[in-house]
Write a protein that binds this ligand. Structure first.
Ligand code: SF4
Ligand code: SF4
Length: 500
């Protein structure tokens, strides 16, 4: 990015004005320049300001989950966690970016702890990848189905307590943002989902970075007289702003914004999914095509969305019964385990293996099938995100108003009925409004995945881009129809009145 054209341009004044206008038009939108929102986010304590309300809500949810009503649609812990929180999270990622990590209540507790406890260890090198959080992510999806977390306020409360404990233990022992980068399954979900976001934390002008001597965005701003004293920490996730690409691994914590002495970091607009269309060397990450773990995360993200939705529609009961009858067992965990293995491991392995083999053999792409599969796995992220959006959006919108009677009930139970009698008839938006939204999300996701696959195919095969693209385009179409089929099945209204 360069500055406006110099005033001493030899061209006429009119040409100069046109150039200046073109320059201004080329500037991306920067959220930090928006009145009210910009100054609020640039305020040094903005993150804490956003975290405190979520922290208070988390504590209320823990108490409510342990001591409140046992019926999940009447309990704040289950309603907020499984109806509102998940929906709000994906909608925020769609409209802006990784706003949940920005206001993460677990990090508030962790930052408070680190005022006194300074971690002594660094995370082992061989664990600096996404395999642990991928395993945890699958485990969360599995336990959600097996133990019916949505129907148990008590278990939901313990999940929140467990999360706080895990954050404090990991980040109490290991330096930097170890939990966020290498452990947190919610964080990985947010990272991969926010590759489809319209905003990213990015430098405003690379020329300013070229001349920057201190690199405070990564090192942290230090006391001039005593460089060991850090006044503002730099990026704890090892993302060096000038070489950072996209939203992967970025928690939107804005430490880099506060640390940069040149005010050169903004929250800039970009084409959603753009970062998936190329394969540069990314700060703190490397090349996507060499990160089998992040490719696996993208696949678990996409096929996990299918599995999670499949767990809520009636055909799953038929399949489970058939499995138990045919294989002669009774265990629900075994039936679910087989289904998870089929949808999250076998299905992607077969589909991607076949598509990669066709790309190699038909389009003449030289890489081996595994390298091709890794490269194109990222193209499925937009469709996977669309499926999460359609699914969580469905629960969010159809259960939108349930928070009102549940809150009225919770306040009345503590002997303070100022909000009136619970209006249990309040539920949410009608399905006639929500269903078109769901299909709109899925169509957007399909368009995004197709565009990413096409751009990768163009890069991979100058001679036969169409041949390189076709297997992946067909795969996107197949997955899209699976998503549409799932969303047209009767779905359990979990954690809302009338839940199945
Ligand atoms: S973002 Fe700021 S601190 Fe980082 S290199 Fe650029 S100018 Fe320097
Ligand atoms: S400090 Fe790192 S994680 Fe935080 S917003 Fe900046 S780049 Fe993202």
């Amino acid at each position: 990015m360069t500055g406006p054209p110099a005033a001493h341009s030899p061209d006429t004044e009119l040409e100069h004005l046109i150039e200046e206008e073109e320059f201004l038009e080329a500037q991306p939108f920067d959220l930090l320049t928006v009145p009210v929102i910009g100054p609020l986010l640039r305020w040094r304590h903005s993150r804490t300001f956003l975290q405190v309300p979520l922290f208070v809500v988390s504590i209320v949810m823990i108490f409510e989950g342990l001591l409140g009503p046992t019926l999940s649609p009447k309990n704040l812990a289950t309603v907020l966690t499984w109806v509102h929180f998940r929906g709000a999270l994906v909608l925020a990622i769609l409209c802006a970016g990784n706003l949940f990590c920005l206001s993460c209540p677990f990090m508030l507790a962790r930052n408070f702890m680190r005022k006194w406890i300074h971690p002594r260890f660094t995370w082992p090198r061989r664990l600096r990848n996404k395999w642990i959080p991928i395993g945890l992510f699958v485990a969360v999806l599995f336990c959600y189905e097996l133990f019916g977390l949505w129907s148990s306020p008590w278990l939901t409360a313990w999940v929140i307590v467990g999360y706080f404990a895990a954050v404090l233990i990991v980040d109490g022992l290991f330096a930097h943002a170890t939990f966020c980068k290498y452990v947190c399954p919610i964080g990985q979900f947010n990272f991969i989902a926010s590759t489809a976001s319209p905003l990213e934390v990015s430098v405003r002008d690379h020329e300013v970075c070229d001349g920057c001597r201190t690199k405070d965005c990564i090192r942290g701003r230090r006391e001039l007289s005593s460089p060991l004293v850090i006044l503002q920490r730099g990026c704890e996730l090892a993302l060096f702003q000038p070489a950072k690409v996209g939203n992967m691994d970025c928690t939107f914590c804005l430490d880099c914004v506060h640390a940069c002495p040149h005010d050169n970091v903004g929250i800039l607009s970009r084409l959603p999914g753009e970062e998936l269309m190329s394969d540069p060397n990314r700060s703190g990450i490397g090349r996507f095509s060499r990160r089998n773990d992040i490719a696996a995360l993208a696949l678990v993200f996409c096929f996990g969305a299918l599995m999670n939705a499949f767990g809520m529609v009636s055909p799953i009961y038929i399949v489970e019964s058939w499995l138990k009858r045919t294989l002669q067992f009774q265990s629900q965990a075994t039936a679910l385990g087989i289904l998870f293995a089929a949808v999250i491991v076998v299905e992607p392995a077969l589909l991607l293996g076949l598509a990669a083999w066709i790309t190699h053999a038909w389009a003449g792409v030289k890489n081996g099938w595994l390298a091709i599969a890794v490269r194109y796995a990222y193209a499925l992220s937009p469709l996977g995100f669309a499926m999460w959006l359609a699914h969580y959006g469905y629960h969010f919108f159809t259960g939108l108003y349930t928070i009102i009677p549940v809150t009225q009930n919770a306040v009345a139970r503590i002997g303070w009925p100022i909000l009136g009698d619970p209006q249990w008839t309040l539920v949410g938006l009608p399905k006639t409004v929500v269903e078109p939204l769901e299909f709109g999300f899925l169509l957007l996701g399909l368009a995004g995945s197709i565009l990413v696959a096409w751009r990768l195919a163009q890069e991979d095969s100058e001679k036969h881009p169409v041949r390189a693209f076709v297997p992946w385009g067909v795969m996107c179409a197949i997955l899209f129809f699976c998503c549409v089929w799932l969303m047209t099945q009767p779905m359990d209204m979990r954690a809302t009145m009338g839940a199945g």
